[in-house]
Design a protein around this ligand. Sequence first.
Ligand SMILES: *Cc1c(COP(=O)(O)O)cnc(C)c1O
Length: 403
Amino acid sequence: MKTEEIISRAEQVLMHTYGRYKLVLDHGEGMYVYDNDGKKYLDFAAGIGVFALGYGNKELNDAITAQLNKLTHTSNYYYCETSMLAAEKFTKASGMDRVFFTNSGTEAIEGALKLARKYYYNKKGVADSEIIAMNHSFHGRSMGAVTVTGTESYRIPFEPLIGNVKFAEYNDLEGVKALVTEKTAAIIMETVQGEGGIHPANEAFIKGVRALCDEKDILLILDEVQCGMGRSGDMFAYQTYGVMPDIVTSAKGLGSGVPVGAFAAREEVASALVPGDHGSTYGGNPLVCAAVSKVFDLFEEKKILDNVKEVGAYLYKKLDEFAEAHKDIVVEHRGVMMMQGLEFTFDVHGIAAKVLEQGLITIAAGKYVIRFLPPLIAEKKHVDEMIEKLEKAVAAEMAEKGM
Ligand SMILES: *Cc1c(COP(=O)(O)O)cnc(C)c1O
């Protein structure tokens, strides 16, 4: 079908909830994805940080296909070896004791919030808990998840929300302390803020929040839906900081293309949920767990974390050079390994469109930040190719703006 026809027919039937680029994607291979007309794009967005192992990984696809032909779904009333193996690998990699698989990052957040409330309820015998969340955070789109999301426009039209949530400034420990009361059940934050513009936690801040939680018996929920699964150079970004959460959430890279999320906790916390408290019909079915299980195996076999550290450091250096060379328009370069951002002085959506003409995909994070979330298999040559295309796109944008 012709590209224009696909777009115009899609516009008739899909809800207008996304500002989509006029790009119809058809197939992918490794670091590259191809559009409906056969044009090749180097992908530094990876479907918003999803394709950890790149497009069309044969071993992953074979593992999914084998499970597809065997058994795709069981419901959670029964056991299945594939789901058990995925759970073992997740708990081992995260340092948590028990995991609950979900269908998305948002549902992982819902589960984490319910777990925190139930833990508090068991402890206090009353259901009046409060949660502290961060400004500029992003935790998803369900009622619970938007309640803890620090962007008012995502929340206000959907009120009344769940209530008893207060917002602190990220990286401001005193601000967090000031919000703590006897009723604080949990503090929720991203270890590295993603949608809010790529803001890594300061080490003193995250360690201070951990100490505060220990002192006041508050649960620390670290949302690693975006920054986890290898992006920081460790399996989870809190490991890079040497801090452990009480509850962790994951999704995006977890299935490297299949829809799956998870929340996990240490034993004492996890045991607050008992049969009847929480559930999901699909959550962690054998099909997605075959992917999760294989993703963890391939991370080890292919030494993905070593690659993230080596190529992520190279990407950091190259983006630093880019920022230095474009001081007049780049406000700041931030991030960790394979989750980085460039903040510009102007709205970056023009650049995000111009890079497509150059055969490069990136994504914005808010209005002023271009985000780089490549598949974790990226090599230095891909970084060089990306920088070259970015330079051309920025030059075109500047020419258009007459800057
Ligand atoms: C994307 C994201 C979510 C929501 O995940 P979905 O799979 O889109 O529901 C939650 N938290 C963070 C940090 C995210 O980046």
